[in-house]
Every structure is written in C-alpha cells, then in structure tokens.
Design a protein around this ligand. Structure first.
Ligand SMILES: [Ca+2]
Ligand SMILES: [Ca+2]
Ligand SMILES: [Ca+2]
Ligand SMILES: [Ca+2]
Length: 347
C-alpha cells in the first residue's frame, strides 16, 4: 500500500511540474511576442525587393545581388524597374552576363540613370533593344553576337543585311569574312536598333565590332608626312591609301565609318573624326573625340580628335596629325566639348 501511495504522489508531482513548466514557457513566449509586437524593430523584417523578386520569379542569384538595395524603407523605383526588365528576359535571365551587368551596376550601392537605361533598354549593350531582340529578331538579348559567328547582332541586322545575314546562323558570318574588302555598308541612322541615342561612343562601339573595320584597322599606318603642311608631322593611312580622300560638302548627317569607307572615303569632319576615332582605338591608341570651331566667328562647328601617339599628345584632323602643344593658340581653334579635360589621356 505504501508503495502505491508513493507512486501516486510521484505521478501527481510530475503532472503538476509539467503543467507549471508548460505555462511558464507560454508566458515567456507571449512576453516576447508582446515585445516584438510593440517594438517593430524586433519583428521579422520584409524586404520589398526580395518580395517583388519572388513575385516576378527572378533567379535567386540576381535577387541576392539586388536585395541589399531593398533595406532602405525608401527603395529606389529604379530597382523595381530592373526587376521588371530581368523578368521580361524570361529564360535569358539566367545568363551569367545578366548577373555581371547587374552586379557591376549595383557595386556602388545604387543604380544610376545611365545604368537604369542600359539594363532596361539594352542589357547586352549591342545597340539592338531588348524589345526588338525578343519580339522581332528572336536574337539573344544577353549576347552581342547571338550566333557566335564573329559579327555582332547590330551589324548583321543593320549594316550588312543585304548579304543575307541571319543573326541566328554563324555560316553567313563566315561567308561575309571571305568577301572582305569587297563589301558595301548600308547607311544607318542613330535610332536603328531601337536606341535613340546619339553619341560618338555608339558609333565607335558598333564600328569597332564591324569585321570590315577591323580588317582595315589591321592595315592602318601612321607615317611621317612627306611634305609637312602647317605643322602636320604625321599622316594616317589605311590599306596603303590616305585615310581621308577629300571633302564632300553638304553630306547629310554623320555616316558611320563603314559607310564612309565603302562610299568613296570623302566626307565631312564628323564622318572623318568618327572614323579616326575608331581606327586609332583599334590600333591601340588612346583617342578622344573633340568638337568646337576653327575660329570664334565660324558659322559651323568642326570635329576632330586628340590622340596619344608614341608618348606625344596630338591633334588629328582628317588625315593629318599635329603636336597639340600650342596648336590651338596658333590656329585659333576653340573647343566646345562639354566636360573637355585637356588631361583626358592621363586617366
Ligand atoms: Ca541588345
Ligand atoms: Ca543581342
Ligand atoms: Ca553573328
Ligand atoms: Ca549570322
């Protein structure tokens, strides 16, 4: 009898302590819940960027890159635009180039207007808009050369389409290379490819990818001027001929270098200076595009280049190269390029 009483007592003690323990834990839990409820800083936070990324099925790697930009309660609207743009890429959103473009854009913790434009309009930077690549051309919006044949999407679609170029087939790229230099470029306007963006950089980037321009640049030379005129000490040649074969006043707008080369190599200062910019860059020189006037009273503007050639900073005008030292003072030329920095070549 004593043993069974003791057993009953033991069971009773265990029951009472379990109930007490459980109740105590409940109190602790509700105590913490109350604190967290009263103090929102202790409550689990929601990250608006993460939430939106999940809603849009953004690849996890890209969400991780963009997530830190959502920690601020005033999340920048550009971040959501970028998430929309990535989402619209569909299967292409998983490409490593998307990751690297977005990664380098947000490295400084913010998305600038320029980065926003690049990511939302033309993420691969081939100057064919993402919209046109996906809806019309069925090309890869994250690769510059979709078929990998050697000619980029823009030049296949816009500069040489009359050679039967297909940006999704590498065979025609190879056939085009065989034809060089017997090719003719089509003139293109600045908004071809869906990007209304005028800049010398656009002309230069597209032209530097053009296999015909690359062929010419391999055959470019800078030679001493045989008869130096007005201090021009060097001259620019391409494939054995002077790079500029004369002026043609009243040419319409600035043509791209490939058009200039395949249509007589005569033109205005804009075409000539864009061509020099591209050829010298491909030759490995540091070059800057400059605009201004050849006298304070000149009615029309002028465009030329400055280039660092063999350690000397020079002015390149049509096919002549001059030492820059005192060039502007002596000639009375005025530079009006926005943000012109005379030390640009030191960067
Ligand atoms: Ca593109
Ligand atoms: Ca592309
Ligand atoms: Ca191609
Ligand atoms: Ca092709």
């Amino acid at each position: 009898m004593k043993r069974s009483k003791a057993l009953i007592l033991l069971c009773f003690i265990i029951l009472v302590s379990s109930v007490a323990f459980f109740t105590f834990n409940q109190q602790i839990a509700s105590f913490w819940l109350q604190i967290m409820y009263v103090n929102p800083n202790l409550a689990p936070k929601t990250n608006p960027v993460e939430e939106y990324a999940m809603e849009k099925n953004i690849p996890a790697t890209i969400m991780e890159i963009l997530k830190p930009l959502g920690n601020d309660s005033n999340t920048d609207w550009r971040v959501f635009d970028v998430l929309d743009a990535v989402s619209e890429l569909g299967e292409y959103a998983n490409s490593s180039s998307v990751e690297s473009v977005i990664g380098s854009a947000v490295e400084d913790g913010t998305i600038s207007d320029e980065e926003h434009t690049r990511i939302t309009l033309d993420i691969d930077g081939d100057y064919v808009s993402t919209e046109l690549e996906m809806d019309r051309y069925k090309t890869n919006p994250t690769e510059i050369d979709t078929d990998g044949g050697g000619m980029d999407d823009f030049n296949e679609l816009v500069t040489y389409p009359h050679y039967g170029m297909n940006p999704n087939d590498p065979q025609d790229d190879a056939e085009f290379m065989e034809r060089i230099p017997n090719v003719i470029a089509r003139h293109w306007e600045i908004d071809y490819g869906g990007e209304k963006l005028y800049s010398s950089d656009k002309y230069a980037e597209i032209s530097m990818r053009d296999p015909y321009i690359q062929w010419l640049a391999e055959r470019a030379e800078i030679k001493p001027a045989p008869y130096p005129i007005e201090g021009g000490v060097l001259e620019l040649y391409v494939n054995g001929e002077e790079i500029h074969l004369g002026s043609e006043p009243n040419t319409r707008t600035a043509d791209q270098p490939s058009y200039y080369f395949t249509h007589g190599r005569k033109g205005n200062c804009a075409e000539s200076s864009l061509t020099n910019l591209v050829i010298l860059k491909l030759m490995g020189y540091k070059v800057n595009w400059v605009s201004g006037k050849t006298s304070p009273t000149a009615d029309i503007g002028h465009a030329w280049n400055e280039a660092l050639i063999d350690g000397e900073i020079t002015v390149v005008n049509y096919d002549s190269v001059y030492p820059r030292d005192e060039f502007y003072e002596n000639k009375g030329w005025i530079i009006d390029t926005h943000d012109y920095d005379p030390d640009w070549y030191k960067e």
